[in-house]
Write a protein that binds this ligand. Structure first.
Ligand SMILES: [Zn+2]
Length: 392
């Protein structure tokens, strides 16, 4: 069709040569090749005119006479360089090229980031200097890594979109499990925020990073062999009474579905926002324990610390009988009456001698949950689908 022209062919190792009547598949290809060319040659352009039909630009250096003009061809799809004139005589190479931006860098570094997503930004910077002889600001590489992650693992938005299918698959492939997805209207921008819950004692909120700043709520159980197992986890938009009661209601539903109508559960938590009222609403007869590690740090904040107090606190917390407990507490009363007051008035269970003997579990801290949390840490800034697959 264009007998006088030459169709652009990507040379895998060669440098880009532009010439008049070089023909491109479409506008996008022309712009990509042109940008690569500018970076390769070390100059930037100022655009005189650009739309869907034409593109005219000149060298950014004002006294340089280099010009390019390209336009769409009669088929209304292909593009061709129509004019290429002038020479960069005195321009010199731009060290920091404004033609370089995150999407361009992402395209160039995608393979490297796919092979090693943890490549430090400093290494990426060095790679760019070696390969393209360009200096790029470090902060741009953080954005590039995010972009690459989205391209490789699918976007955050797309990832949430496939959750309903994923929930169905979980239920089909794991008999006895439970998965539910509900939508809520986020008042701030009208965008729909997804709440997600899959299939039992300790509850904890772990913050997710990434595009949706959601929270992952988990219920972790501990069995007779002191082994932890994940009963349920849910992703919610914020940690609140509303999201915790949503989580507990579904937990209750899950127990019922598995034929368990037990009312007297024992929950241990860090006294986080929303947990208490929500738990009370859904499991009114449940026994509540509070993590002693957390309790101790509250005491420290209140000013009760030092080796003596630390020793007495843990004797009281770990006491298996009333005698040991009372002895430690009377010493605490002498140490500071306010501390004694505070510790005797804690509503939740915390000292072992008060624990129900039926519950064969004497944990008074939530340390066992930390191992689960550190396990999910690597996946927390991934799109939701990758995160859930990581947990499974
Ligand atoms: Zn120039």
């Amino acid at each position: 069709m264009y007998r006088n022209g030459k169709v652009w062919a990507n040379l895998p190792f060669g440098s880009i040569q532009l010439e008049p009547w070089l023909i491109f598949e479409n506008k996008t290809q022309f712009h990509e090749v042109f940008r690569d060319f500018c970076v390769q040659e070390g100059f930037a352009v100022s655009v005189d005119y650009a739309d869907n039909y034409r593109y005219t630009a000149r060298c950014l250096i004002s006294d340089c006479n280099w010009r390019i003009h390209a336009a769409v061809l009669v088929d209304k799809v292909s593009w061709a360089i129509k004019k290429l004139e002038g020479e960069h005589r005195t321009c010199g190479r731009l060290e920091e090229n404004p033609m370089v931006y995150s999407a361009w860098l992402c395209r160039q570094l995608r393979q490297d980031l796919e092979a090693n997503p943890e490549t430090p930004v400093e290494s990426l910077q060095r790679m760019c200097l070696e390969r393209f002889k360009i200096q790029v600001k470090l902060r741009l590489f953080y954005k590039v890594k995010c972009l690459a992650r989205e391209q490789i693992h699918g976007g955050f938005v797309e990832s949430y979109a496939i959750l309903p299918k994923y929930a169905e698959m979980i239920k089909a492939t794991n008999p006895g499990s439970y998965a539910l997805i509900t939508w809520t209207d986020n008042g701030v921008n009208g965008e729909r925020v997804l709440e997600w819950l899959q299939t039992h004692y300790r509850d904890d909120g772990a913050h997710l990073s990434g595009y949706y700043k959601g929270i992952m709520l988990t219920a972790v159980g501990i069995d007779g062999n002191n082994e932890i197992f994940v009963i349920a986890y849910g992703l919610v938009d914020t940690e609140s009474i509303k999201s915790w009661s949503y989580f507990f209601r579904n937990l209750r539903h899950l127990f019922a579905q598995n034929g368990c109508q037990k009312e007297y559960w024992t929950f241990i938590s860090d006294r986080m926002r929303g947990v208490e009222p929500a738990l009370f609403e859904v499991f009114p007869r449940a026994t509540r324990r509070v993590c002693c590690q957390h309790l101790y740090s509250n005491c420290k904040t209140a000013g009760w610390s030092g080796t003596e107090f630390h020793k007495l606190f843990w004797i009281a917390a770990n006491a298996y009988n009333e005698y040991v407990y009372d002895k430690a507490m009377s010493k605490i009363k002498k140490y500071d009456a306010a501390a004694f007051e505070y510790m005797t008035n804690i509503e939740e269970q915390w000292t072992r001698h008060k624990f129900d003997r039926v519950v064969c579990c004497d944990h008074n801290t939530t340390n066992f949950v930390e191992s689960f949390n550190s396990f999910t840490k690597d996946n927390r800034d991934m799109p939701v689908f990758t995160l859930l697959e990581g947990i499974n």
